[in-house]
Design a protein around this ligand. Structure first.
Ligand SMILES: O=c1[nH]c(=O)c2nc[nH]c2[nH]1
Length: 483
């Protein structure tokens, strides 16, 4: 990253700003802008929800601090970064943390996750999203992409209350193995119709913080008709599609046996012209070089979830995808497949796992694989590009939304600090995230969640989870003799 010697900028001269201004100063600002600028003793000015100036503190303070409407906040040398973007989250699954650990994917889905999800009430979805959102905010997330969940209207209510930004997606399946009876009546037409209704009701709501995307849960549960209609509807609505892609070898065998292509899901999606720049493909582990090139040509985005991949899926060829020009971002996945919903942990894991993969696949070490600056891009600018929101978020630049996080580097985990970029990836813990702002509003300040009562949500979540497990008839076998 470049440490900026000068070259701050502002949108307007200070005299035209009459509404609320907030100036954060005395910060180390890692902008994640295209020039990778880092301002030592930096300052940023926000008007309502938008960044109007960024640069070095002395210049910015001289220009803005005397305005009567200006409020000043001294960050005392803390770091200021764009809010992290988590591009694959199952908010509905937060109440299912720990119900199916150390279990293969399809058993996990068919015997545990879908019975759990199909028994959720709208209230469960609301509580689950609140709990999930709290954990996301604690790790510096200001925006996430829902991977496909239940009762999206309740999810939207929770996101609006928490103050987060999100692309919300319903879990969509119209056929296939393992579907619970409760979902048996979900025809293709029903799937498309309900998503259009959700779009109409929630797209661009909550001051523009909520967008509605279309979903395909996975290829084994999607007819050809659902896929093509989803592609066409996404075009019509000008929105994105979120889909689990090429997760396990069985998926590729299934596609080869049933959909008439030699290799896997990506080859099939290419054949039906489903690969487009609005597709966010999650996991994308079992892809060959030809498929990687197809993803790149079509500008498909990939969400890499390191912990979930290690638990159930395998090593994704992330380095090869990046080398081929694929935009890769990071996700936590859901609580029952991770089980930590910390994007900070995923940053650390992404770098280590992909360095380790070099040894496994190429027989030699390569510590240069996925360096810290690439990892930081994955949770900021690449995240924003992946969810088609990069004009407004993903970096700290004049004209962008004020989605940002304050990081306290003066803790046992980050001291001493010689290289701020590597420290953010290899040393930082969620506990270092001090304050979080989304769309110009603080949603966590000095580690306190501001928009909801965290302990009340935790008690409601404990209760709702027990009741839901009973309703779904799921019992978690004990691994040891519990006396
Ligand atoms: O990790 C995963 N979590 C899910 O909920 C899911 N659904 C399909 N494939 C999936 N993979």
């Amino acid at each position: 990253m470049e440490t900026a010697g000068g070259g701050g900028e502002s949108k307007s001269d200070s005299s035209c700003s009459s509404s609320r201004l907030l100036t954060l100063h005395n910060a180390l600002i890692v902008t994640m802008d295209p020039q990778s600028r880092v301002f030592r003793d930096g300052a940023i000015v926000i008007e309502h929800n938008t960044i109007i100036a960024i640069g070095h503190s002395p210049q910015i303070l001289a220009q803005f601090s005397s305005l009567p409407s200006s409020q000043l906040l001294d960050l005392q040398g803390q770091f200021l970064l764009p809010g992290f973007i988590n591009t694959h989250v199952h908010t509905s699954q937060q109440l299912a943390r720990g119900i199916a650990d150390d279990v293969p994917l399809l058993t996990w889905l068919h015997n545990c996750i879908w019975p759990y999800e199909s028994n959720m009430t709208p209230h469960d979805s609301y509580i689950s999203t609140l709990l999930c959102g709290i954990e996301l905010i604690h790790s510096g997330v200001t925006c996430f992409a829902e991977a496909g969940g239940q009762h999206v209207s309740e999810m939207a209510r929770a996101v609006e209350l928490l103050g987060l930004r999100a692309c919300l997606t319903e879990s969509i399946m119209d056929c296939g193995e393992g579907l619970p009876m409760a979902w048996a009546d979900r025809t293709t037409q029903h799937c498309i119709q309900t998503q259009k209704e959700l779009y109409k009701k929630h797209h661009n709501t909550a001051d523009g913080r909520i967008r509605i995307w279309l979903g395909i849960r996975q290829i084994m549960n999607a007819t050809d008709l659902l896929l093509t209609q989803t592609r066409d509807t996404a075009k019509e609505l000008q929105t994105g599609i979120h889909m689990h892609v090429a997760e396990i070898p069985y998926e590729n065998q299934y596609v080869a046996n049933n959909r008439g292509v030699d290799h896997g899901t990506v080859a099939y999606l290419e054949k039906i012209k489903f690969l487009e720049d609005n597709l966010l493909a999650a996991h994308t582990v079992w892809v060959n070089p030809g498929e990687i090139s197809s993803l790149s040509k079509a500008s498909v985005k990939v969400s890499h979830c390191p912990a979930a991949a290690m638990r159930m899926l395998g090593f994704a060829p992330i380095r090869e995808m990046l080398d081929a020009g694929v935009c890769v971002s990071l996700g936590t996945d859901g609580a029952p497949s991770n089980n930590r919903m910390s994007i900070v942990d995923e940053m650390y894991l992404a770098s280590l796992i992909n360095k380790g993969r070099e040894v496994f696949y190429k027989g030699t070490t390569d510590p240069t694989a996925l360096p810290a600056e690439i990892i930081l891009r994955m949770v900021t600018s690449n995240g924003a590009k992946s969810i088609l929101w990069d004009k407004e978020i993903g970096s700290l630049e004049v004209g962008k939304k004020a989605d940002m996080i304050v990081i306290n580097p003066s803790s046992w985990s980050m001291v001493p600090l010689h290289d701020c970029i590597s420290s953010l990836v290899y040393c930082m813990r969620s506990e270092n995230i001090q304050s979080v702002m989304c769309n110009g509003e603080w949603i966590m300040k000095d580690r306190k969640i501001l928009k909801v009562d965290e302990s009340a949500v935790i008690s409601m979540a404990k209760h709702a989870s027990v009741e839901l497990m009973k309703r779904a008839g799921i019992t978690v076998p004990s691994r040891m003799t519990i006396l």
